[in-house]
Design a protein around this ligand. Structure first.
Ligand code: SF4
Ligand code: SF4
Length: 202
């Protein structure tokens, strides 16, 4: 994976919610590089992070967000939900199985990293293996309290925070963004903490 391709993925991810869409992974020129599949270009991400962490960002008054449980960020085209070893251990413990069993049943390797499996649904979309839907059509994460950092930090990813326009573009697929109800305002301090927990949006 090269820097060019990686940047393409980074720019596209805001359109698909908490997962990283793979549709654009193979676009663009491919000069030699030593990045792995799914990893983001370090310099590009740091520049996004710099914007995210500036002292008076455009979202200094906070941003409105409250998940509507539409499930858009947990389904769609084939994608990636990356997790690290610590997250694998926590999820495996929660499920009452060994880590190796968890990886075997619920995950796969891609480009040297681990991502959750997906299940093709009857609408030809690819649901995260932990996505559930209730009778009212609400989408639920069956490992919600232990969902990977990639999911927990959505939509406060550096790419979405880099400008108001980027935020609005992401909001087209995430109806939880810009909610107007009481209690939806997320203060800038909290946004900084969430963004810092996942500085590369993975
Ligand atoms: S409102 Fe946004 S964060 Fe919540 S499920 Fe829908 S796309 Fe995901
Ligand atoms: S782990 Fe949960 S929040 Fe993350 S993509 Fe899967 S169902 Fe959605």
């Amino acid at each position: 994976m090269t820097a060019d391709r990686i940047i393409t993925v980074a720019l596209h991810q805001s359109l698909v919610g908490g997962r990283v869409d793979v549709q654009d992974v193979f676009q663009g020129q491919v000069p030699d590089g030593n990045f792995m599949l799914g990893r983001f270009d370090y310099n590009a991400i740091m520049s996004l992070s710099d914007t995210t962490m500036e002292r008076s960002p455009w979202y200094n008054q906070g941003l409105r967000f409250e998940c509507t449980q539409c499930g858009n960020c947990c389904t769609g085209p084939p994608g990636y939900v990356w997790f690290d070893d610590g997250e694998a251990t926590a999820i495996a413990e929660h499920l009452g199985i060994s880590v190796s069993n968890f990886r075997r049943r619920y995950a796969k390797r891609s480009g040297g990293r681990w991502t959750l499996n997906e299940i093709r649904n009857d609408r030809d979309e690819y649901d995260c293996v932990f996505l559930r839907r209730d009778e009212q059509g609400k989408s639920l994460c069956s490992i919600y309290s232990l969902r990977p950092r990639q999911c927990r930090s959505w939509p406060f990813w550096p790419h979405n925070l880099r400008s108001k326009r980027a935020w609005q573009i992401a909001a087209k697929t995430c109806p939880g963004m810009n909610q107007s109800g009481p209690g939806c305002m997320v203060p800038v301090e909290q946004i900084r903490i969430i963004a810092a927990d996942n500085p590369d949006g993975l």
